[in-house]
Write a protein that binds this ligand. Structure first.
Ligand SMILES: N[C@@H](CCC(=O)N[C@@H](CS)C(=O)NCC(=O)O)C(=O)O
Length: 213
């Protein structure tokens, strides 16, 4: 039995969204949760033996609850943290939260960002993602954010931390595509959220340290 949450993460991966959600829930690093950083190898399968023994899927994020339960799959992890620490939500709002999480996971993350940042992915797949698949998704998100500050409800949620991570990464890989003023304003809004800002800064620092190592 552990007494705190353990987040397994790799720098600048989607685990950053879970890191932000833990911080925004008011959980104190080290006291309430710890982050264990794992090394990504080639092939999009984390090879560390200890991690592989814990999580056969060999993907981050994975989150171990204070009761020792292993949670994988970012949609479920963020939805669970929202249930525990988010604002009270109507059934309709909860449906929208899951809808946004699933949209980011399937359409942005796995369909576009996965290949875009996988060194083994064919160049044609990366270009197809950036040029054909990404623009219509960005139009949907920009239209949604024209009239609201956050993906769901009146305050930031896991859907925003995940969407913000995806947009920031898409901007890194295809800067000119992520130029709609509503998207840039949204990224600005997110970078003013303390937990998101802190998670991003920690992840960037770790990522840069690995890059020069
Ligand atoms: N199905 C998992 C996939 C998560 C995923 O794709 N994680 C990536 C990082 S963003 C990963 O762990 N990749 C292993 C690697 O690149 O070595 C989920 O939705 O949580």
């Amino acid at each position: 039995m552990t007494e705190r949450w353990t987040l397994y993460a790799a720098p600048m991966t989607c685990a950053m969204a879970v890191h932000a959600a833990l911080l925004e829930a008011g959980l104190e690093p080290e006291r309430d949760f710890e982050v264990r950083w794992v090394h990504r190898g080639p092939g999009r399968q984390i090879a560390e033996a200890e991690f592989a023994a814990l999580n056969a899927k060999r993907r981050v994020p994975c989150l171990v609850t204070p009761d020792g339960e292993l949670l994988t799959e970012i949609v479920g992890v963020l939805a669970h943290l929202d249930t525990l620490h988010g604002p009270p939500r109507s059934p309709a709002e909860r449906r929208r939260l899951i809808e946004w999480l699933a949209f980011v996971a399937t359409e942005f993350h796995q369909a576009i960002l996965g290949p875009m940042f996988d060194p083994q992915s064919p160049e044609a797949a990366k270009a197809d993602g950036a040029q054909r698949l990404l623009p219509p998704l960005l139009e949907v998100v920009a239209a949604h954010l024209e009239t609201r500050d956050f993906a769901v409800g009146a305050s930031p949620s896991g859907a925003d931390y995940y969407l913000g991570w995806a947009l920031a990464l898409a901007r890194f890989g295809a800067r000119e595509a992520v130029a709609h003023p509503a998207l840039l304003a949204y990224l600005e809004r997110l970078s003013a959220i303390e937990g998101f800002q802190k998670a991003q800064a920690i992840n960037l620092e770790r990522y840069r340290a690995l890059a020069v190592a």
